[in-house]
Design a protein around this ligand. Structure first.
Ligand SMILES: Cc1ncc(COP(=O)(O)O)c(C=O)c1O
Length: 367
């Protein structure tokens, strides 16, 4: 049976034109449009304050470029080997390769679906650095990654693209966030790196500006080739307006996740929630169905008017672009999870009836 109302998977909640206007008027007055303008600097300051930890924030034009620049700022030798989870979005691996580094895929923890310090410790002799991912926004413990660096001497950067509101940087560990339209804190496109180390922040900022370092006494000279990853004042305006709406939207996202967790109890052991359904602010809502998810599950849900997506399918090591990359172990847990994960509609235009309908539909398509 087809249901009349189609429930969308993702519907961004970006600021309205009216909410943007005061910020856009500031751009008109200042006549600064990019190159670390006042709105970009204000966004960085407000984001750093919101993270409630001692760090410097560098805004960039996307999360992907934030990862690339942060990795490049370590100045590892070309071809250095960086461990990353095989369960992630392609940008984790592409950013790493474009920074001139070599991806080495690791397996993930079956409960939280993330690469853990324990997994990385077992591989420490074979790698030069680690890029763990806050998978689906699930925060990693930065203190544990700080301890990993202290013990092994290996640098760690957290890909926290979808984890604003949950993830904090560590004392030694920087974290990169995305402000893509589908993220909980969205600027359309954009991202930022939260750096505990001011020297790393400066290197990332310089890298985002072709390699020109404004604090350098010889500002017109480039020491290391950079790129253009500056956040424009227009995107900073959207980010600032989004930050104003953040406290209310974050609370709504946590409530929505709680409503899902409650409704999904009806499905018993047909499903397993990441982190046991702990209430944190999400950009996406992904769960595990041990009976397996494939294209027919997605089609069956579509027939019932519910959009869904297999996240992350295929896992990274199965993409042709990364098929030749090295793996540590057989990645059995990644394979198992990738064959069982499904993302359900998750956005602020859903009401309780929608969530109930999604859960009934999922129940009906799972064996
Ligand atoms: C895990 C992960 N890393 C990196 C990115 C890339 O972020 P952006 O789209 O801002 O480049 C994403 C985007 O969805 C992501 O989910």
């Amino acid at each position: 049976m087809r249901d009349s109302k189609r429930i969308a998977l993702l519907e961004p909640s970006l600021p309205t034109a009216a909410e943007l206007l005061p910020w856009l008027e500031q751009i008109d007055s200042a006549r600064r449009y990019t190159n670390f303008g006042p709105l970009c600097r204000r966004l960085e300051t407000e984001l750093a304050a919101s993270l409630a930890t001692d760090c410097e924030v560098v805004a960039v034009s996307s999360g992907t470029l934030g990862i690339e620049l942060a990795l490049a700022a370590w100045r590892l030798p070309q071809g250095a080997r960086v461990l990353l989870p095989a369960l992630s979005f392609v940008a984790t691996a592409t950013a790493l390769m474009r920074a001139g580094l070599v991806p080495v895929f690791a397996d993930v923890d079956p409960d939280n679906w993330c690469l853990t310090p324990e997994i990385a410790r077992a591989a420490a002799e074979q790698i030069d650095a680690v890029l763990p991912v806050a998978v689906f926004g699930r925060a990693l413990n930065p203190a544990l990654w700080d301890a990993f660096t202290a013990d092994t001497g290996l640098s760690v950067l957290i890909d926290a693209a979808g984890a604003y509101g949950n993830q904090l940087p560590g004392r030694r560990t920087a974290a990169v966030f995305s402000m893509h339209a589908t993220k909980a804190l969205a600027a359309g496109e954009g991202g930022f790196v939260a750096c505990p180390d001011p020297d790393l922040a400066r290197a990332i900022r310089t890298g985002s500006n072709f390699g020109f370092d404004y604090e350098n006494p010889r500002p017109g000279v480039v020491q290391h080739a950079g790129t253009n990853a500056k956040l424009s004042e227009y995107h900073a305006a959207v980010g600032l307006a989004a930050l104003t709406a953040w406290p209310a939207q974050c609370a709504q996202r946590i409530d929505l996740a709680k409503t899902y967790a409650t409704e999904l109890r009806e499905l018993g052991d047909k499903i397993i929630l990441q982190d046991d359904g702990a209430p944190w602010s999400r950009s996406v809502f992904v769960l595990r169905a041990p009976s397996g998810i494939d294209a027919t599950t997605v089609t069956a849900l579509t027939e019932l008017g519910v959009e869904s997506r297999r996240w992350y399918w295929p896992p990274l090591h199965r993409h042709p672009a990364f098929a030749d990359c090295e793996r540590i172990g057989d990645l059995a847990r990644t394979e198992m999870l990738a064959a069982q994960l499904i993302g359900l509609p998750f956005h602020l235009h859903l009401d309780d009836d929608d969530v109930a309908r999604v859960c009934v539909a999922l129940d009906s398509v799972l064996p």
